[in-house]
Design a protein around this ligand. Structure first.
Ligand code: C5P
Length: 239
């Protein structure tokens, strides 16, 4: 069964740590149920599926951020393997095309138990108009994002990862049952790190973000629990 309604913690903490021990030590310091966790390419490549199983066994909802992009059969099998790890959310590149996304979604539909959420990556926020032109896409990034988000929705995906700056337009385009997952979020006054176009958690949610991916403002905070609680308080104040 699909679960695009937003339930539970809205913050997905990006576990951008170099190894599994450091990640698990950090996670054990968080209050249970206070956030979701994102495992990306760096941590997965160093710590592997065993870490994901461990986080799931500790009771955490895990977003496996491996951005699959391959022929439909290979992506579908990878999604099935991710589902078997018990992850809550996973993603594929929408630029892999309709058939690839449909194959992934259909595979997850057959998963027994809780169906993981399947999210599309549209245009990487590191890419600008010139980068797109070099790979043969002459449209502006915003237009390409909208095209890929519509394709992802038509192919049966549950939502897309997007910049919070794109959230309002995508929310208007896609309707209420399409999830927007936004990185590039910074609480007011927090360091920007290498993010440039950021929004606060409250503004991102006001613009339609369902879940917020937040890394360094929590993981590098002197007191991560307090940093997380401050973000949650900002979100709860929205009502
Ligand atoms: O530390 P920070 O909050 O910037 O971490 C954001 C996380 O979201 C990182 O894991 C980063 O790779 C990811 N991300 C992003 N921008 C995107 C897509 C993913 O920052 N457009």
């Amino acid at each position: 069964m699909k679960q695009t309604s937003i339930e539970g913690p809205r913050v997905i903490v990006a576990l951008d740590f170099p190894d599994g021990d450091t990640a698990v030590r950090f996670v054990r310091g968080l209050p249970p149920g206070s956030c979701r966790l994102k495992v990306g390419k760096e941590l997965f490549t160093s710590a592997g599926p065993e870490l994901v199983r461990q986080l799931v066994a500790l009771g955490h909802d895990v977003f496996l951020d491996l951005k699959f992009h391959d022929i439909p059969n290979t992506v579908a099998r990878a999604c099935e393997a991710a589902a078997q790890l018990g992850v809550w959310m996973m993603n594929v590149h929408a630029s892999g095309g309709r058939r690839m996304m449909e194959a992934a979604a259909e595979t997850l539909d057959k998963v027994s138990g809780r169906r993981p959420l399947l999210i599309g990556v549209t245009v990487l926020t590191s890419m600008g108009a010139e980068d797109l032109a070099e790979i043969g896409i002459s449209d502006e990034p915003a237009a390409q994002v909208e095209r890929l988000a519509a394709l992802a929705r038509a192919a049966g995906l549950d939502g897309v990862v997007c910049s919070p700056r794109e959230a309002a337009r995508l929310r208007a385009q896609s309707g209420d049952d399409f999830l927007l997952v936004t990185p590039g979020v910074r609480p007011a006054g927090a360091a920007l790190d290498d993010q440039t176009r950021v929004m606060t958690p409250a503004d991102a949610i006001r613009d339609g973000a369902g879940y917020l991916v937040i890394g360094r403002p929590v993981t590098r905070a002197p007191d991560p629990v307090q940093a997380l609680e401050a973000i949650q308080a900002e979100i709860q104040a929205l009502g």
